[in-house]
Ligand binder design. Structure first.
Ligand code: FUL
Length: 470
């Protein structure tokens, strides 16, 4: 009794709240669903373009090449999965059907598929082998099928909508869990048909409710508005989706999202490791450099996006040696750049929510995304100061918001102590799930992160600092 009285008295005297737990901040809507949040944490995964174009040397086949042209001599899905796993990627999305209409599985909806090729006497199934290989290697498995189909006889008529839904039904029923369903907005503009997109979404959602659906217009994730892999410096996961439609992309808007958008539709950056999406021998020496890939990584994962990096499997049905070598070099460069987190020392701030330890500023340094520093409800700007205790050189700073409670930060800057005063080295806008800033190397013993404006009180999970070569 006495002890409780003493503790109460102490709490009263020092203004700390040791009995009542401070409630967490209320979410700022919209917020991600559990599947969207799990998707965001994947960060980096592979696209593999493989199909009829691989054998005809095209990017956009017309759907007229005979099915027998599809003939990989040495197809091995385990080699794909191992290469992707070794590269530090979290999954594979396969082009099960590109615009030419050729299906890499034996679909009942068409004759234009592997069953009429000579590969494995027409009994092969790329989807079966790849889904199993992904399971073996602990990778997520995703599927792309193009709505635009230049082979199917019903394309251009309303009946084709049922064909396309049936293709999704086959794919989502027979190959286990699918983490992402990719609906391409490309179209030739000539036989432009009226797609039943609502019907497509309902079909996919009905069979695999956790599959994340991609298109120019969501509904779960959006295209970033270019094929360079670079998001806007400002990048909101919010988007006002009213009246948007796949195939009619507002590229500048997709690139940055909308501060007050009413739906949670984060962006995905798709980009190819070579100039083309499909494998072409003449591009063997045109694999992007490690520096180019690092710039893409900083412009995508470093700007609140996921990175979908494409590799074209070659005519053998293998990931080409040149691409594998580069993927591994890029992995080593990333590991090296983010190896030693220099964000250590004494961290202080101008505000802690309810002065409660569970929201304290050292949550930024605890390597746990789910714990976070938060401010009081009315506090939308605050300073964090990290005193390294010694001169420290760095060029990279990483921040994460706890997006489970919504994206909030609108404006922030970085300052360093130059011996006389704090000097601004970087002025920025949004953070989101992850923001990685790169600037010329600086040397200082104190750094400040100043959040200048936000939609509501602050909920920041992570601060990391690196001195990276790439
Ligand atoms: C585009 C397609 O037209 C390209 O061929 C490629 O598949 C890319 C990922 O999407 O819209």
């Amino acid at each position: 009794m006495n002890k409780i009285f003493n503790l109460t008295l102490l709490a009263f005297l020092f203004g700390t709240n040791i009995f009542a737990k401070t409630p967490p901040p209320k979410p700022v809507l919209p917020i991600p669903t559990a599947s969207q949040l799990a998707w965001q944490k994947l960060e980096y995964y592979a696209f593999v373009h493989f199909g009829m174009n691989t054998f005809t040397d095209h990017e956009w086949g017309e759907g007229r090449a005979p099915a027998t042209d599809f003939f990989p001599t040495d197809f091995n899905a385990k080699q794909w999965a191992k290469s992707v796993k070794d590269a530090g990627m979290k999954g594979i999305i396969i082009t099960a059907k590109h615009h030419d209409g050729f299906c890499l599985w034996n679909s009942k909806t068409t004759e234009y598929s592997v069953k009429n090729s000579k590969w494995r006497d027409g009994k092969g199934d790329v989807l079966k082998d790849l889904s199993e290989a992904c399971k073996t290697y602990g990778l997520k498995f995703g599927i792309y099928i193009s709505p635009w189909d230049r082979n199917h006889p019903l394309y251009g008529t309303p009946k084709y909508n049922a064909v396309y839904k049936e293709q999704w039904r086959e794919l989502l029923t027979n190959y286990g869990e699918v983490f992402e369903a990719w609906l391409d907005g490309a179209n030739d503009g000539k036989r432009r048909m009226v797609y039943d997109f609502n019907g497509f979404w309902n079909t996919i959602r009905g069979i695999q409710p956790n599959a994340i659906m991609f298109s120019d217009a969501g509904p779960d994730i959006r295209w970033v508005g270019n094929e360079k892999g670079i998001a806007g410096e400002t990048n909101w996961s919010n988007r006002d989706n009213e009246g948007t439609f796949p195939g009619f992309a507002d590229e500048p808007a997709l690139n940055v999202g909308e501060e007050n958008g009413n739906s949670w539709i984060p962006a995905e950056c798709d980009v190819s490791i070579r100039p083309g999406w499909f494998y072409h021998k003449e591009e063997d020496a045109k694999v992007k450099s490690v520096q180019q890939l690092m710039n893409i990584y900083l412009g995508s994962v470093g700007r609140n996006c996921n990175l979908l990096l494409n590799i074209g499997a070659d005519r053998r049905g293998l990931i080409n040696e040149n691409d594998i070598a580069r993927l591994n070099e890029f992995k080593a460069a990333r590991e090296n750049a983010f190896k030693i987190n220099l964000a250590k020392g004494k961290i202080t701030t101008s505000n802690i929510r309810g002065n409660d330890k569970s929201f304290s500023v050292d949550k930024l340094l605890d390597n746990n995304f789910d714990t976070y520093w938060a401010t009081d409800d009315n506090v939308k700007s605050a300073e964090i100061t990290l005193d390294f205790g010694k001169e420290t050189e760095f060029n990279t700073l990483l921040l994460q918001e706890n997006i489970a409670l919504g994206q909030r930060v609108k404006k922030f800057s970085i300052q360093i102590w130059n011996g006389k005063e704090f000097e601004t080295i970087s002025q920025n806008t949004t953070i989101g799930y992850k923001r990685i800033l790169r600037f010329p190397k600086v040397k200082t013993d104190k750094v400040k992160v100043i959040i200048e404006d936000a939609k509501a009180c602050l909920t920041i999970s992570t601060l990391e600092i690196y001195n990276a070569e790439f």
